[in-house]
Design a protein around this ligand. Structure first.
Ligand code: AMP
Length: 550
């Protein structure tokens, strides 16, 4: 294939993936497409098809705002922003807007995959928006409409073609005739689907080794409504831990070097005081746990911890005012040995017991072998002011990135939803100059559907911070209201759910309140329309967990 039409072919393949809902067809299209490319280009394409500019382990970020992209598209199309607004209303996606507005340009030539990869690297290395914009402008001048569309979709972080990393893994396995399990394992260890593809081509999957300081995806817990449900079809013991209300963290340690990663696999730099106690522990390891605001022998509410999050400079005063503790509940690697395939019981046995300090703790485990005991542990945890419990099968292996049938969470009997902000408005009264009213959505497949609008719950400082953020991440400025890039994840509480024609989702939350900003979650991880439907259905009956509390 002519490398100068590669992005054109990428766009055609991605369009074909988007056009079918059948997973096997999507896999077939990606697999055939990858086989047409030279290995290095296929490696770039595999990364881009997961919706990322860089491999998963790579922490570089592009930092290009929606406002910059909107300006580039209108300039290239020779149109004004009013035109863009109209088209945006139709699609709700900047990539699709670009395709429509640039329709018919460069239909023969396009950029190569290598040129797109080089542009992404250059953009990540630049700090100034205007300079990032200039790199993109040069790229877009040579691109077809489809090429621009997909570069924009990758930049905004949402490909919306139903091609996830797991699907690309399957396509790589199929394209190069390798066992899916071997491809998945290599990709989990490498954190790089492009490198996984290279190793698949070279038949070198077996030689892939784990690399310390590259984060591993987190194992997640499946929500459960009752203690009895957790014991459904299961006998024997469960390990029960408190559900700690902080931020999930994975600490890698070797010698004096310590790095801590969040659930989004980004490095957490806000808690430098945790480095020394982790470095002081013997050996090499990866510890999985939760960072909590802490006072004496007690965790503090998440709102306290939140005051230390998202700060670029560490405020020494604040770190004394709000002390933290890392409570470890799993061990994934120790002294050269990856422990993912070792049962939880054994992983916990190897944990650093007896080395606890005010900054570092190990989660207490209660062993429960009946639903009654588990229920008691749950009510006990609620009575002590915690959010609930996590029950884990002691024989289970650590399955990165999966919500399986081995970890269950039982939460407080009222539900909250994790949603993403899609539009913002100026407030009223003293808030008329800040963006304080947030319309938010849940996910339905690749679509985001609004379910409500919240006015309160954030501090004044947070509202100021988000006002600035949203001004820079507006995709459509309607004056009093701004449609924004769907990036900010909120946890909202509400009184109940109503059927409503106001939103496309068909539902509206009544009296929604922002419980917290979920900086640890991305818009891919928000709740779904299915979950809203489920909660709507349940509110007809008394919440079961509530009914069980004596
Ligand atoms: P949620 O944030 O409601 O989806 O609940 C899942 C989260 O609970 C995990 O990602 C962890 O951050 C957190 N969590 C708190 N305590 C534990 C624990 N003991 N074991 C595992 N996860 C926990």
């Amino acid at each position: 294939m002519n490398p100068h039409s590669q992005m054109h072919a990428f766009a055609q393949a991605a369009d074909a993936v988007a056009a079918t809902t059948k997973k096997t067809e999507k896999i077939g299209i990606v697999s055939s497409y990858l086989k047409t490319l030279p290995v290095e280009d296929a490696a770039h394409a595999a990364v881009f098809l997961t919706g990322r500019a860089f491999p998963r382990w790579d922490e570089r970020v592009l930092g290009v705002g929606g406002a910059t992209l909107s300006r580039l598209v209108t300039a290239l199309a020779g149109q004004d922003s009013a035109e863009l607004s109209g088209v945006y209303r139709k699609h709700g996606d900047l990539g699709d807007v670009a395709e429509e507005m640039l329709h018919g340009r460069n239909t023969v030539t396009d950029t190569s995959l290598e040129e797109v990869a080089a542009a992404f690297a250059a953009i990540a290395a630049l700090r100034v928006q205007a300079e990032k914009s200039a790199v993109l402008h040069r790229l877009f001048e040579k691109s077809s409409a489809g090429g621009v569309k997909y570069v924009i979709k990758i930049i905004t972080g949402d490909l919306r073609i139903g091609s996830k990393e797991s699907l690309v893994e399957e396509a790589v396995a199929q394209a190069f005739g390798r066992p899916l399990a071997a491809v998945r394992r290599a990709n989990m260890l490498l954190g790089d689907i492009g490198e996984t593809l290279r190793r698949s081509v070279a038949d070198e999957l077996a030689g892939v080794h784990f690399r310390l300081f590259h984060p591993i995806d987190f194992m997640l817990a499946t929500p459960s409504e009752t203690a009895a449900e957790i014991f459904d079809g299961r006998s024997g013991e469960m390990f029960v831990e408190e559900k700690y209300d902080g931020i999930r963290a994975q600490a890698h340690k070797s010698g004096n070097r310590v790095r801590i990663f969040s659930r989004t696999l980004d490095e957490v730099s806000e808690f430098p005081e945790l480095v020394a106690p982790l470095a002081a522990l013997p050996g090499e390891f990866i510890a999985d746990g939760e960072i909590l605001a802490w006072h004496g022998a007690q965790p503090l509410p998440f709102t306290q911890l939140q005051r230390r999050l998202g700060r670029k400079k560490i405020d020494l005063w604040l770190s004394q005012e709000i002390p933290v503790r890392f409570v470890v509940f799993d061990l994934l690697y120790a002294d050269g040995e990856l422990l993912l395939d070792v049962p939880l019981r054994e992983r916990l046995r190897r944990m650093f017991a007896g080395q606890e300090s005010p900054l570092l703790g190990v989660a207490a485990v209660q062993v429960c072998d009946t639903a009654e005991l588990l229920q008691q542990a749950f009510t006990g945890s609620l009575a002590a002011g915690h959010e609930g419990i996590v029950a884990k099968d002691p024989g289970s292996l650590y399955t990165p990135g999966r919500r399986g049938q081995s970890w269950f969470k039982l939460k407080e009997p009222y539900a909250t939803l994790d949603v993403v902000v899609t539009a913002v408005e100026y407030g009223h009264g003293k808030r008329h100059h800040v963006l304080s009213d947030y319309t938010f959505a849940v996910r339905d497949g690749e679509r985001l559907l609004n379910v409500g609008k919240a006015y309160s719950g954030l501090t004044d400082a947070e509202i100021l911070e988000f006002t600035e953020y949203f001004l820079n991440h507006t995709v459509l400025d309607e004056g009093y209201r701004r449609v924004v890039e769907p990036k900010v994840v909120l946890e909202v509480a509400f009184n109940n759910i109503q059927r409503s024609g106001r939103h496309e989702s068909g539902f509206a939350l009544r009296f929604p309140r922002i419980v917290r900003v979920r900086r640890d979650k991305t818009e891919r991880q928000i709740d779904t329309l299915e979950r809203v439907r489920e909660l709507y259905g349940k509110q007809m009956t008394l919440p079961r967990a509530l009914a069980e509390i004596p």
